[in-house]
Write a protein that binds this ligand. Structure first.
Ligand code: ATP
Length: 234
């Protein structure tokens, strides 16, 4: 479904991703793990077209995405739930969700997906008219994921969905990711919480300083000594 081939991504003169290659197959949950500054968020931003690779290519379902506009990438089937929530604080929860469907014209499908999102996150249903900026961090995180789902993506990019959440909400977010996946969405997940990410994922890539350090099935990497000592806190 998705192929990154030797991508190099810069902020000005600073190389944030240096020759990364990876693949995501339809139907998988793939996770990118690595410490702060490893290049995980930069990789997601490059896939969704917010950043351009200086070298290398991003291909989605056989189509090269280099130079394709962000909204066109959404239309092709990739939605991004960014790090730090980035919801519209002065708009209501409902309006934020509607914005996730901004490119769609199928009213019935949009209404159906809104119901699905509100079923996944009952807290958002309770707060549908509330200004998004007045919600708790965890609720805003749910809204960011829900808004991305409103695009009905084939591939959902999730950047740190558990960041800053209370443990009970972390569990809920990971259960929800598993449900989204069961409903047919392919997921590329960036997480600091490597243990939880490896539990939910099929495969994983470990990034270090913008390059690939290790790759394998999630089960293999959860047992890898280096991964355990560096990222699983053992
Ligand atoms: P984190 O979990 O801390 O977000 P990450 O693995 O997602 O880590 P990135 O955010 O992709 O890492 O950052 C990779 C590198 O790029 C880091 O060295 C970071 O300082 C740098 N970087 C990220 N965003 C910018 C920016 N807007 N301008 C300049 N440098 C940036």
């Amino acid at each position: 479904m998705l192929v990154l081939d030797d991508i190099h991504v810069y902020y000005g003169n600073i190389a944030a991703v240096k020759g990364l290659s990876l693949t995501v197959h339809a139907g998988e949950i793939v996770t990118l793990i690595g410490s702060n500054g490893a290049g995980k968020s930069t990789t997601l931003r490059t896939i969704s077209g917010l950043l351009r690779p200086r070298k290398g290519s991003v291909t989605f379902e056989g189509k090269r995405l280099n130079g394709v506009a962000e909204h066109e990438i959404v239309r092709l089937g990739i939605a991004h739930s960014p790090e730090g929530r980035r919801i519209f604080p002065k708009m209501s929860v409902g309006e934020n969700l509607d914005l996730g469907a901004f490119l769609r014209k199928d009213k019935a499908g949009i209404a159906e997906d809104k119901e699905k999102v509100l079923d996944l996150f009952p807290r958002l249903r309770e707060r549908i008219s509330q200004k998004a900026g007045t919600m708790s961090g965890g609720e805003q995180q749910m809204l960011a994921v829900g808004r991305a789902l409103m695009a009905r993506p084939k591939l959902l990019l999730l950047d740190e969905p558990s960041m800053g959440l209370a443990p009970v909400l972390v569990d809920l977010i990971f259960e929800t990711i598993a449900r989204i996946h069961e409903q047919g969405t392919t997921v590329l997940l960036v997480e600091q919480n490597a243990l939880a990410a490896l539990e939910v994922a099929d495969r994983a890539y470990v990034l270090e300083s913008g390059s690939l350090k290790l790759a394998g099935t999630a089960a293999e990497l959860a047992e890898d000594e280096e991964v355990v000592s560096a990222y699983l806190g053992a």
